[in-house]
Design a protein. Structure first.
Length: 201
C-alpha cells in the first residue's frame, strides 16, 4: 500500500502548518497590525505552495467572502485565524478558490483555499500567511524559524506548560530567532523555554 489519500494527523495540542514555506516570526511581518499582534499572537509563513490547509481537526467557523482569511475552531474550542497575504482583502476574492463552506467540519491537512500565487507574485503581492490565535487563553510554543511542512506541527498549545513538556522527550529552544539549545524533558522548565519552543518528535 502506497498510502495515497492517507489522512494527516498531529498529536493532541499541536497545530499544523497551513502551507509549506519559510517560517518567520510574527513580529517581522510587513504589516503593523500583525507584527504588533493586534490580531493575536502566532507565526507567519512565506508560502511555497498554492494550497492552504486546515491547521487542525475542527470546524470552519468563519470564511471571509473575499476568501483571503478564514478561521477554524479546534475540537477543544480554540479559535485559529488564518490570514493569507498582506492587504489581500483588496483583491475582493480574485485569485482565491475555496474548497469548503462555513460551518463545515474539516481535518488537519484538508484543503481550504487555493491561491493563484503565480499571478499574485507577478503583481508584487506579499502572500505571507499568518496563523493567529486571537483569543488564546493557553500557552503557545511557536516555531520561529526554519521550513514549515504543510500539515505538520509547528505550534504546541497547552493550558499548563508542565502538560506541554510531558508530551515530548526533547525541546528545541529559540532565542531571537536562533536555536539556543536542545533540552531533555527533565531540563526543560517554563523559565528556560519562555521565549519559544518546538517539540522534537
Amino acid at each position: 500500500m502506497l498510502g495515497f489519500g492517507k489522512r494527516k494527523s498531529v498529536s493532541p495540542g499541536n497545530i499544523a502548518a497551513v502551507v509549506s514555506g519559510q517560517i518567520i516570526p510574527i513580529e517581522k511581518v510587513k504589516d503593523e497590525a500583525f507584527a504588533k499582534k493586534m490580531m493575536g499572537d502566532g507565526v507567519a509563513i512565506v508560502p511555497s505552495d498554492d494550497y492552504i490547509v486546515s491547521p487542525c481537526d475542527g470546524t470552519v467557523s468563519m470564511l471571509y467572502p473575499t476568501l483571503h482569511a478564514f478561521a477554524v475552531t479546534s475540537e477543544d474550542g480554540m479559535d485559529i485565524l488564518i490570514h493569507i497575504g498582506i492587504d489581500t482583502v483588496k483583491l475582493k476574492g480574485k485569485g482565491f478558490r475555496s474548497f469548503v463552506k462555513q460551518g463545515q467540519k474539516v481535518h488537519v491537512g484538508e484543503r481550504i483555499i487555493r491561491v493563484d500565487s503565480y499571478d499574485m507574485k507577478n503583481k508584487g503581492i506579499d502572500l505571507t500567511t499568518m496563523i493567529l490565535f486571537p483569543s488564546a487563553n493557553k500557552k503557545i510554543a511557536v516555531k520561529k524559524e526554519g521550513y514549515a511542512d504543510q500539515g505538520k506541527a509547528i505550534i504546541m498549545v497547552s493550558s499548563e506548560m508542565p502538560e506541554l513538556l510531558s508530551t515530548c522527550d526533547r525541546i528545541i529552544v529559540f532565542r531571537n530567532g536562533e536555536i539556543s539549545g536542545i533540552l531533555n524533558n527533565e531540563e526543560a522548565t517554563e523559565e528556560k523555554i519562555m521565549y519559544a519552543a518546538v517539540a522534537v518528535d
